[in-house]
Design a protein around this ligand. Structure first.
Ligand code: NAI
Ligand code: MG
Length: 353
């Protein structure tokens, strides 16, 4: 029996509502496929933990996580805790310390789902954003001077290293080579003359290793418009931390809902565990109503299974999700239905039985 140790961090808000449904589906598929077992350890880290302990995770949390095969993460954020505290205290340190430098975010219109873009249907949008996940605009370098005075100044410096760009760009080229052999690099080097010119240069240099991949450099503002106007012209996109963050909410929206989109924070060398979390946040506006869409969380579970080597199980979960959306009768309100979180995961579990 193959065994995998999974660290479970539900976090806050709807993170706590969708996580049990994700685990339920993982258990259902492991029963169905057999031959492997997932052993979970739950960590209560997040904003409630912060309000009691003045920190978002245990002081040895980053070491503790290193012994797991993967991390399954819900979402963090609580109205009474500043967002920079919750993000900087948990998700960002995990991604940075565990060198999860690839943030892998597919956007796909699932069968039966209505895109807000006129005339776009399943198959018309099928793209992957590879977001740099350890540095760039989210490196955390900066500070405030003259705090509290009228002359107060805040500085936040983007950090782009050659190694940091190279490793994520090479990953994106490899992925593009395995798909439609077309890579779009999101840039803004007309205005960001130091950091993003280095980005462009490295994209071009690494590209010489991949002569079969057509590279297209697109300014990020024009790229945002292209997501809306011509998403079928996009396949693999490589972007900095901030650009990738913004583009992937847009990618989720054009595919019908933020509640569907999955994300993998990947350490490709497998030196450290990778972390799988939905793109969405803790959604305080719908928390407690039992209507959060669990598909993002469940799709992340499929990605996690695939990554740890249980590819058949991952494929089955993805196809069960597609069966449920194609059927269309059990969908949460964000997708125009009136089903609950639980009813959607039950429908997916049923397809797996
Ligand atoms: P959000 O993603 O939580 O919500 C944006 C909108 O999408 C809301 O109207 C929400 O109801 C809807 N939505 C999100 N997920 C949904 C789901 N599964 N089903 C149905 N509807 C869903 O982003 P927002 O409102 O900007 O941030 C809320 C909190 O989440 C903040 O504290 C923020 O810092 C945090 N956040 C955390 C992230 C993480 O843990 N990785 C990522 C993004 C935001
Ligand atoms: Mg985001």
């Amino acid at each position: 029996m193959r065994k995998y140790r999974i660290a479970v961090i539900p976090g806050d808000g709807i993170g706590e509502e969708v996580m049990p449904e994700g685990i339920r589906v993982l258990d259902a598929v492991s029963r169905r496929v057999g031959g492997f077992r997932l052993e979970y350890e739950h960590f209560p880290w997040g904003c409630r933990y912060y309000l009691e302990n003045r920190r978002m995770m245990a002081s040895d949390g980053l070491e503790t996580l290193q012994s797991f095969d993967a991390i399954y993460f819900g979402a963090v954020g609580f109205p009474s805790v500043p967002d920079h505290v919750s993000l900087r205290g948990l998700r960002l340190p995990i991604c940075q310390r565990l060198e999860q430098y690839v943030c892998y975010r597919p956007s796909r219109i699932l069968p039966g789902i209505k895109s807000p873009l006129a005339g776009k249907r399943a198959g018309d949008v099928d793209l992957v954003v590879i977001r740099e996940n350890t540095e760039g605009e989210y490196a955390g370098a900066g500070g405030r001077a003259h705090a509290g005075l009228p002359i107060e100044v805040a500085v936040e410096t983007a950090v782009f290293s050659r190694v940091g760009i190279e490793r994520v760009v090479r990953y994106a080229y490899r992925l593009a080579a395995s798909r439609r052999k077309h890579l779009v690099s999101a840039t803004k080097s007309n205005a960001q003359q130091h950091t993003l010119t280095l980005w462009d240069q490295v994209v071009e240099e690494v590209g010489r290793e991949f002569p079969d991949v057509r590279i297209e450099r697109v300014l990020v503002d024009a790229l945002a418009a292209r997501f809306v106007l011509k998403p079928e012209s996009l396949d693999v996109i490589v972007a900095s931390n901030l650009f990738g963050d913004i583009l992937t909410d847009l990618g989720a929206a054009i595919c019908g809902s933020l509640g569907i989109a999955p994300s993998g924070n990947i350490n490709p060398e497998r030196r450290y565990p990778s972390m799988f979390e939905p793109v969405h946040g803790s959604a305080p506006d719908i928390v407690g109503r039992g209507i959060a869409n669990p598909i993002g969380m469940i799709w992340c579970g499929a990605m996690m299974l695939d990554f740890i080597g249980e590819t058949e199980a991952g494929r089955l979960v993805e196809s069960a999700i597609r069966d449920v959306t194609a059927d269309g009768s059990v969908l949460t309100p964000d997708l125009g239905g009136n089903a609950t979180t639980r009813e959607v995961s039950s429908a997916i579990v049923e397809k797996l039985a």
